[in-house]
Structure formats: structure tokens, C-alpha cells
Write a new protein. Structure first.
Length: 592
């Protein structure tokens, strides 16, 4: 790395060496300890927000019993300490029981995206060296096919067979982690040992296996709880895939460690998500910018469909709340828009958290106009994953907040400018990439994690993310253009549903110029043209997008202005957390 070495980075925030864990423990030791609390054991821990045959629910006592049953079955297969057990299942309560059971058996869990194809699944199973593959009915076919195609034998087990809910729970002294005859701590792994291998979802190419210890993850759980102040009354609505570290750490382990409750949305279809929100009435929800944008669109459509008097009242209340916000803060919106929130199942919601991708500042402001607090955070799988988050009492929408307790952030700026690579240090930083010593050495140096993200720290100590180092567009004059900055501006257009900005080399020229790949909202274009047709003429769509791009980027520096664009007819391919797979479009070129 050029410039300052990681041991002497630029501006640094956070306190090095702050230990968040008062007593070292493992993940199942922490959660099963909560399951044993007399006032918590009968409380619902996990449930699906479905009113059909797919409904599933576990109390804390049942969760502990199910995890113990799963661990006993895995040990009965002859698995040894440190053996890998893959888990390929959609979000449901039994996922959590299997996850805890795998670790209770002192094995390493390999959580997998339930939407993986056979080839991807086979690659990960082979690389991880998993000995057992746990699957659900929905993933059975692809899991069985992938397992059969492997050169070595791997046992597949249905999750319902692994986790039996009716079995008697062993006394505390007979379970792993129990006090034993002499009161000693027994049965669980070393907190510094491997807990999970997370295969990244691959926005830039082939996924890597991120190796995290119990200590890595639990230090992050403690930090998250301190930053956003969770408690046993919190009810989470879970919508992101549990194999993603953001959801697992902050949306599963964090609430359970406090005795809270987590409800799972059956799917992300607008109808089922809306129904789940009303059924769960969450106090906290984690999501990604695309999800929150769709929630706003859904609320707006609901208001438009309401009777004229009610629609006019809602618009007036929202306008009044916005006008009073500079003087009275969010109080007017919370009072005036109570009915709108209640209709959407958000009347108990105290906090919405956005992560996994950059969030336009306008989305945070829009939620505040409804009396809801939406804060943006930043993290990466290699950091277990949360690094920074805006605090609920003082969100700064244009930033990703300040470091979590116990985490240090620094900026490595080779040219001594404000923007440089974001470095992270703390107990949350991964052990390394599984079976990839070269990759590990490239990103871990003297305790610092090189994130590959560009950013800077402002005068108030908030972190701003400018983009990925690999995505930066370099102009012919050597100017750096950060695609996310332009994308945020373009996404304010009602005619643009999705967009990414990539670098394109001009014919016969040097350097690159910003080129936009746009998924237009054809319905919005038709409505603006006064047309009743759902699919307006292509020339009209092209002309509308061209005018919008010129209008919105006219205020940017000359070298940042979009020089060409391409239209898409379908949504961009995305990862499990709805991040566009940019690497698929880096070399493609189709100008308009």
C-alpha cells in the first residue's frame, strides 16, 4: 500500500483496545443462558409472521431444547470439534435452532444463501470442506444435487429431522456449558475459536469465505446493543437473509441476547411484507435502501388510493410536519402521522436501520416526515459486520455515523487528502479468509483491516463513504469520480427506478467518463406524459431519461457529469441483500 502504512494512518476515531466483552463466552453459551432465565423461558423468541401451514414459533425454552437436540444428533454422527456443517435454509425459527445447535456441538457453521444454484452451492461445499449439509424442504432438491456432484461424500439432513421440538431438555449440569460437578465451565469451544465461515455474496466476483470467531461476533453484538440501546421489549421484523452477517448479528443474536422477539416475514413480496409488518408491529427493523425505498413507495400508493378527504388530510399533515421539523424536530410528525404509521403496522416502530449498501439522504428525511427514525450504518462481513452507525437521537443522513464502542476507524490517505481507504481495528475484525493466506495477508496488516472502501471523517467525527476503490472512475485529467455520489443524485428522479454509474472510455480518448445504466420507471414516465398506457413509446422514455440526467447532474462538476446512458428492461441482478452485482457491468458498453 502506498502512502502511510496502516500502523500510522491518517485521522483516527474510536478507542483502541476497549474490550466490550466483560466475560468471554461463545455464541450458544450466551443465547442458551438467556433461554434459562425464569422470566424469559416461556416468552416467544422466534416466530414466522404467517397465518397458514408455514407458521412456526419457538419460545426461549423450546429454542434451547431444539438447539440441544440438534447438537446431540450432530455429535451422534461422529462429528469432531471444528468440523464444518453447512446450513441452507430460508428464514424461519428452526434456522436459529440449527445454527445454535451446530455451535453447541462445537462445530463450525457455514450459513448459505437459500437461493444459491447447484454450481454455486457445490463450489462452496467443496471449498469449505463441509461434512454435513442441513437443508429445508424448499432447498432439498438443489442441496441433494450439489451433494451428489461432489467428489467426496457429504451427509444431507432435513432441518426438521435435525431439530426435534418435543424432546426433553437436559438439566443445566448435563448440557454443554453447564457448571459440571465442580462448577467449572465445560463443553463449549474456546471463544477465540472459529464459529462461522461466511461466504460473501459476491458483488465483485468470486465469493470468499470469511472466518469469524465467537469473540469476533459477540464483541459486535455487544457494540451494536450499546449503540442503539436494545432491550427485552424489542420486537424485530426480520426481512434480510439470515446467512448475511448483518441480519444474523444485529437482527438475530443481538435481540435474543436481550430476551427480545424476532418475527420473520414469509417473503419480500409487497403484499406479504405489508401483512407481516401489521402482524409483527415491530419496534426495530433492519433493511437495505432498496427495501426502504419500496416501503416509501407503498405508503405513497396507499395514500393515493385513499378517499380524497383522507388523502388530502394526510398530505396536509405531512406538509405540516415537514414545516415544523426545523423548529420542533420529529415530534410533530410522530403526533400528526400516527394514523398513517398504524395502518402500515409501524405504530410501535422506534428505529429503522439501513445497511449493506449506500442510502440516499432523501430516504432518511422522507421517513422522518412520517415520524419514523431511520438511521444509516456501515459495515462489512470481515468486521462481523457493523463498524459505524448513526445514533438514533442525532442522525446525519449524509453519513454512516460514528464508530461503535470498541471499534477504531482510520483513513489511509496516500496523498494526504481527506479521502482515503477506510481502515478498521477491533475485536470484531475477522480471523482471515478461509484457506486463503494470500488474500488474508492483503487485507489484514498489524491489526488493521483494509476495507477496500474510500471515505473520510468530517469535523464532527462522522464517517462518509465515497465508494469502493475498485469502482472509482478516473477521468483523462486524473480526477477521481465516485459512482455512488452520482447515483444518489440520479435516484431522486421519479423516472429512474434503479441505476449504476460505470466508467466508459471515450472513442480515441484517454481516461474514463461516467456512463449510467438505467432501469426506468416506465409507468412514471407514462403518467408524466399524460398517457394511460403502461408502456410508453421507447423514444419518449429515452428522451425523458436524457432530460432528467442533464437536469440532475448540471450542478455537478464538469468531470462528474454523465456523458452517456443505457436503458434496461429488467432489474439488475443482485446479491441476497439486494446489492447490484456491479462486476457484471464493468466492461459492458451500450451507449444512447
Amino acid at each position: 500500500m502506498s502512502g502511510r502504512p496502516p500502523t500510522d494512518p491518517g485521522r483516527t476515531l474510536g478507542a483502541t483496545g476497549v474490550r466490550i466483552l466483560s466475560t468471554p463466552m461463545t455464541i450458544p453459551e450466551m443465547i442458551l443462558g438467556v433461554c434459562d432465565r425464569p422470566l424469559v423461558s416461556s416468552k416467544t423468541a422466534l416466530f414466522t409472521a404467517a397465518r397458514d401451514a408455514n407458521s412456526e414459533s419457538l419460545t426461549y425454552e423450546e429454542l434451547g431444547a431444539a438447539a440441544g437436540a440438534a447438537a446431540a444428533k450432530l455429535r451422534g454422527l461422529g462429528l469432531e470439534i471444528g468440523d464444518r456443517v453447512a446450513l441452507c435454509c430460508e428464514n424461519r425459527p428452526l434456522w436459529g435452532a440449527a445454527y445454535l445447535g451446530i455451535m453447541t456441538a462445537r462445530c463450525v457453521c457455514v450459513p448459505l444463501d437459500s437461493g444459491l444454484g447447484e454450481h454455486e452451492l457445490r463450489e462452496i461445499l467443496g471449498h469449505s470442506g463441509s461434512n454435513v449439509l442441513v437443508h429445508s424442504d424448499k432447498t432439498a432438491a438443489v442441496c441433494e444435487s450439489a451433494a451428489e456432484a461432489l467428489e467426496r461424500r457429504i451427509k444431507t439432513i432435513p432441518i426438521d429431522a435435525l431439530v426435534h421440538l418435543g424432546e426433553r431438555r437436559a438439566p443445566r449440569s448435563e448440557r454443554p456449558g453447564g457448571p459440571g460437578v465442580n462448577g467449572e465451565r465445560q463443553g463449549f469451544s474456546d471463544p477465540a475459536s472459529e464459529a462461522v465461515i461466511i461466504y460473501t455474496s459476491g458483488t465483485t466476483g468470486r465469493p470468499k469465505g470469511v472466518l469469524l470467531s465467537h469473540l469476533n461476533i459477540l464483541s459486535n453484538v455487544r457494540s451494536v446493543k450499546k449503540a442503539i440501546r436494545l432491550n427485552e421489549t424489542d420486537v424485530f421484523l426480520s426481512v434480510l437473509p439470515l446467512n448475511h452477517t448483518f441480519e444474523c448479528t444485529a437482527g438475530f443474536l443481538a435481540p435474543l441476547s436481550e430476551g427480545g422477539t424476532v418475527g420473520y416475514a414469509p417473503s419480500l413480496s409487497p403484499r406479504e411484507l405489508s401483512s407481516a409488518m401489521r402482524a409483527v408491529r415491530p419496534t426495530v427493523m433492519l433493511g437495505v435502501p432498496l427495501l426502504y425505498q419500496k416501503l416509501l413507495s407503498g405508503l405513497d400508493r396507499a395514500i393515493k388510493r385513499s378517499p380524497a378527504i383522507r388523502r388530502g388530510a394526510a398530505r396536509a399533515l405531512m406538509g405540516g410536519a415537514r414545516a415544523l421539523e426545523p423548529v420542533l424536530g420529529a415530534v410533530p410528525a410522530r403526533v400528526l402521522l400516527k394514523g398513517v404509521r398504524a395502518a402500515a403496522g409501524l405504530n410501535r416502530t422506534r428505529l429503522l436501520i439501513s445497511g449493506a449498501a449506500p442510502m440516499p439522504a432523501s430516504i432518511g428525511r422522507s421517513f422522518r416526515s412520517l415520524g419514523l427514525t431511520l438511521v444509516q450504518g456501515y459495515g462489512l462481513t470481515e468486521a462481523s459486520p457493523v463498524v459505524a452507525v448513526n445514533r438514533p437521537n442525532a442522525p446525519r443522513d449524509e453519513t454512516v455515523g460514528t464508530p461503535l464502542p470498541g471499534i477504531e476507524i482510520a483513513i489511509d490517505s496516500p496523498n494526504d487528502g481527506p479521502v482515503g481507504e477506510v481502515l478498521v481495528k477491533g475485536e470484531n475484525v475477522m480471523l482471515g479468509y478461509y484457506r486463503d493466506p494470500e488474500g488474508t495477508a492483503a487485507v489484514l496488516r498489524d491489526g488493521w483491516l483494509k476495507t477496500g472502501d474510500l471515505g473520510y471523517i468530517d469535523g464532527d467525527g462522522h464517517l462518509h463513504i465515497s465508494g469502493r476503490i475498485k469502482d472509482v472512475i478516473v477521468s483523462s485529467a486524473g480526477k477521481n469520480v465516485y459512482p455512488e455520489e452520482i447515483e444518489e443524485v440520479l435516484l431522486t428522479s421519479p423516472f429512474i427506478e434503479e441505476v449504476i454509474v460505470v466508467g466508459r472510455s471515450p472513442a480515441g480518448g484517454r481516461g474514463q467518463q461516467p456512463h449510467a445504466l438505467v432501469l426506468p420507471d416506465r409507468g412514471a414516465v407514462a403518467a408524466a406524459l399524460g398517457s394511460e398506457a403502461a408502456d410508453p413509446p421507447e423514444e419518449a422514455v429515452v428522451d425523458s431519461i436524457r432530460k432528467e440526467i442533464r437536469r440532475l447532474t448540471s450542478g455537478l462538476a464538469e468531470y462528474k457529469r454523465v456523458r452517456g446512458f443505457s436503458l434496461r428492461d429488467e432489474a439488475f441482478p443482485k446479491t441476497g441483500t439486494k446489492k447490484i452485482k456491479r462486476y457484471l457491468f464493468q466492461e459492458r458498453d451500450s451507449r444512447v
